[in-house]
Design a protein around this ligand. Structure first.
Ligand code: ATP
Length: 512
């Protein structure tokens, strides 16, 4: 399936099977805001739990908090978000549409990259098994000139943005003759910076109301609580504080479904360390986070690191874990060595000391911080899009199956009576009553069993249990596995143990 078609299928499947809905759909929706439906909310919760268990429960020196979305407005002055959390935007005077200037240029480069991919596909067809992609990319004249063009454009874009030379960003757009993707017009305004924070007000009367922001990241709630947690939890460095929660950004280019949203959820962990040890911890967390991802079995080839050359003002090293989404490799998680920037800034703006007294070294210092920050919605998209497959079966039919990792699947087992009589529904419901203490289970008696299997395949349910007339005689049922479609006869008393072995967090996290 072409990538674009695959992505469309992901979006429609997410809606059809009750995973993700457009927010306020009956009012024609709200752009870049989404609701998680009955199955989506379960999948999201399971991903969050999987992260929390790995991060907090399995680390003696990491604790979790839940700080408020509203924070004192000075927080965002100290963190730099008031002055520097912005994107360069440009308006098209004819269509009145607004774009991120850097994204327009990057999309232009993606089109050149598509030409490279076309050359590769052509050559692959021509040379067959003898084709060596690495050598082709390194030697083919046409590919090299395309690549050089991309590199030159991106280098100039990077430099202009770094030097805040927005006039040059506009000049670049004009030189490349980039047109509005919707109207085709090249009638652009100047490029301006646009702050991404949403503002709101706290307080009843207009005079006394205080200007607030909806937090654009969860990290600052951790920094301002650093000393509270360290003291009350008697934490010794190195230690971490984790939290998951909503963050809000007024994204200019909001598309790609739940990849880029205006209201989204982050899972962040700030690890406080001794200055000078940041390089080792950076490597440690890169490796540990990649292991977490790989434990879910989405395919090691679908992840790659993208080390930042251009670093944010507070960082001395940074990398993204990129995932192969249906629209290509894009950032899923960021790992940043943030130095002591945040704590020092909060010290400066609050006038309170935020230092750690090291009893062994008998000295106080401002800890350095290593951050891991992953978008829960992006992880949802990674898991969901990777799981959705169309499978050709032996009898020349196809089936749609959502091969979610069993530990994350919203429903663990569906229980069916083969027919709606002879006491089979009652028996199936008894099994449900027993299993529901341990797992999310689902009862279905409508349509032929084959059809019910297909529905659960498309829904991502790892197990189906069918009660038939033999069950009445010997207490056994048919257990069907989603991925292999294997069916076996098992005792009702063994169901719990069999299911638990496959869906237990321990079974999955042990692979780390
Ligand atoms: P991007 O470059 O894609 O805008 P970012 O570098 O601004 O992302 P960070 O500030 O590092 O992102 O945030 C950490 C994580 O939060 C990201 O890796 C991503 O998974 C998630 N995230 C950031 N912005 C959004 C968004 N608008 N919608 C969904 N998830 C997001």
């Amino acid at each position: 399936m072409a990538n674009e078609d695959k992505f469309k299928k992901v979006i429609s499947h997410a809606k059809e099977y009750g995973y993700v809905f457009q927010s306020s759909e009956i009012y024609d929706g709200l752009s870049a805001v989404y609701d998680y439906a009955q199955n989506g909310a379960e999948l999201k919760k399971n991903i969050r739990d999987y992260w929390w268990k790995a991060m907090v429960q399995m680390h003696d020196n990491i604790v979790g908090i839940d700080s408020a979305i509203f924070m004192h407005p000075t927080t965002w002055k100290a963190s730099g978000h008031v002055d520097a959390f912005s994107d360069p935007l440009i308006d098209n005077k004819d269509s009145k549409k607004r774009y991120r200037a850097d994204v327009l240029v990057e999309d232009y480069c993606l089109k050149i990259e598509a030409k490279i991919n076309k050359e590769v596909a052509k050559a692959e067809k021509r040379f067959g098994a003898a084709f060596n992609k690495t050598e082709f990319l390194a030697t083919n004249g046409r590919v090299l000139s395309y690549q050089e063009k991309i590199d030159t454009i991106l280098k100039r874009l990077g430099q202009s943005l770094e030097q805040e030379n927005l006039a040059d960003v506009k000049a670049l757009i004009e030189e490349l003759e980039i047109a509005d993707p919707l109207s085709g017009s090249r009638n652009w305004t100047d490029v301006k910076q646009f702050n991404l924070m949403f503002g709101t007000k706290l307080g009843a009367s207009a005079e006394s109301a205080m200007d607030l922001y909806l937090r654009p990241e969860t990290a600052q709630g951790i920094f301002v609580n650093f000393l509270n947690v360290q003291k009350t939890g008697r934490m010794k460095i190195p230690f971490g504080i984790a939290q998951t929660g909503k963050a809000f950004r007024n994204e200019i280019v909001a598309r790609q479904f739940i990849f880029r949203m205006r209201e989204f959820e982050q899972m962040e962990m700030q690890f406080f360390i001794k200055p000078g040890t940041q390089k080792e911890w950076f490597e440690y967390w890169k490796e540990t986070r990649l292991k977490w991802h790989n434990s879910l079995g989405l395919g090691e080839e679908n992840y790659r690191f993208h080390d930042h050359e251009k670093l944010a003002h507070y960082a001395d090293a940074a990398t993204d874990i990129e995932f192969n989404f249906p629209f290509g490799f894009k950032e899923l998680e960021g790992i940043h060595s943030r130095t002591d920037f945040d704590l020092k800034q909060h010290e400066k703006f609050s006038g309170k000391k935020l230092q750690y007294f090291d009893h062994e070294e008998k000295e106080s210092y401002t800890p350095y911080v290593l951050e891991t920050s992953i978008g829960l919605d992006r992880m949802f998209l990674a898991v969901f899009s990777n799981a959705l497959v169309e499978e050709e079966l032996d009898n020349n039919t196809t089936r749609t199956v959502l091969k979610l990792p069993a530990v994350l699947a919203p429903t663990k087992a569906a229980v069916f009576p083969l027919v709606k009589k002879d006491g089979l529904p009652e028996l199936a419901k008894q099994i449900i009553e027993d299993l529901k203490w341990d797992f999310n289970v689902f009862y279905d008696e409508k349509d032929a069993v084959g059809k019910r299997y297909r529905r659960q395949d498309a829904n991502g349910t790892p197990f189906c249990i069918t009660v038939d007339h033999e069950t009445l005689e010997n207490n056994t049922v048919t257990l069907r596995y989603r991925d292999t479609m294997e069916q076996k006869r098992v005792n009702i008393e063994d169901l719990k143990t069999i299911i638990r072995a496959e869906v237990d967090v321990k079974h999955w996290l042990m692979k780390m």
